[in-house]
Design a protein around this ligand. Structure first.
Ligand code: FAD
Length: 287
């Protein structure tokens, strides 16, 4: 099923997982998926080469498991900046063989250890390449608080429009903690003629290390309500986890009440957190 079609009749609720480190047994993701499937997400996305993992066939293997074993639609992430067209051709062939129909087309971060190859400079070029091959529904990433390399919101949104014009049919946002940042971005995107569904990326903050990592990686701003939670509970793991879950639930209720197209929950492969949040928002999302 093409993911972009899901938005026609509902507020979409989806999850993100990442491949386990090579040193972890594959059973860990199997168990995670087994628990996530009971929460009935509309689709599950699988990251590619992110979070310190090397890019290999694990994204395809896990997406295939999600589809062919667990009966849920997968969205396979795919980055292009360090790949040649031949690399991408072989990955797409593997996706096709495994009935994977949905791809989140990304540029990927510039990694000094893996210098860019020259075939793809921006995600929009990968979107257009995949659409040229055909048979896939293509999604893209967007940044409510501006991509870290962009000089301004206007420049970033004009570049995002190129991704839509190249054929991206659905967007997933970078995580954010301030819903007003998302609303302001979405309004500007609509004015720029970006009319595809935009899912809001929500990451529940559940431990101190994760917070430090996020500040350095994506530069999401912290509203004072959120900063106060962190200050108060940073040394109490259980309280921080529960407050992080409550904050994410609060964000989701507000987004859904304001008519968001969908919620993409960064599960961090933690079914406990995904379950707590799903149970709190299910009736609201499905109302
Ligand atoms: P692009 O859309 O190409 O944009 C990158 C920068 O280039 C932006 O500043 C943009 O304004 C600018 N730009 C775009 N087009 C043009 C143009 N034509 N001319 C000039 N400037 C231009 N990374 C991974 O490695 N693996 C993952 O699985 C992964 N999943 C992600 C999922 C989501 C939902 C998000 C939001 C990000 C994800 N990332 C992942 C991170 C992503 O790879 C990085 O943020 C990367 O730096 C940008 O990727 P992009 O696809 O948004 O790039």
């Amino acid at each position: 099923m093409k993911i972009s079609q899901l938005f026609k009749d509902r507020t979409v609720f989806s999850f993100e997982v990442f491949p386990p480190k090579k040193t972890s047994p594959i059973d860990t993701i199997y168990n995670t998926l087994d628990e996530l499937k009971d929460l009935h997400p509309d689709f599950i996305s699988v990251t590619y080469g992110a979070g310190g993992n090397t890019a290999d066939s694990s994204t395809c293997d896990i997406a295939s498991l999600i589809k062919n074993k667990f009966g849920i639609e997968p969205l396979a992430h795919l980055t292009c900046v360090s790949s040649s067209k031949a690399d991408i051709d072989s990955i797409l062939a593997n996706f096709k063989q495994n009935n994977i129909e949905n791809i989140l087309a990304l540029r990927g971060d510039i990694n000094p250890e893996m210098p860019p190859k020259q075939d793809f400079k921006y995600a929009s070029e990968l979107v257009s390449y995949i659409r040229g091959i055909g048979g896939f529904d293509v999604s893209g990433a967007c940044y409510p608080e501006v991509h870290i390399e962009a000089k301004s919101m206007v420049e970033d949104i004009l570049n995002l429009k190129k991704k839509i014009d190249a054929g991206a049919e659905h967007l997933i946002s970078q995580l954010f903690f301030d819903n007003n940042a998302f609303y302001s971005f979405a309004e500007k995107a609509r004015i720029a003629g970006i009319n595809v569904p935009i899912e809001a990326g929500i990451m529940p903050v559940v431990n101190k290390r994760q917070i430090e990592r996020m500040v350095s990686l994506c530069g999401a701003s912290f509203p004072s309500k959120f900063s106060k939670i962190i200050q108060k509970y940073e040394n109490n793991a259980e309280a921080l986890r529960d407050a992080g879950i409550a904050y994410a639930v609060d964000q989701i209720v507000d987004l859904v009440s304001n008519g968001v197209d969908g919620i993409h929950l960064y599960t961090m492969n933690n079914p406990y957190i995904a379950r707590k949040i799903s149970e709190s928002v299910n009736s609201i999302i499905r109302a």
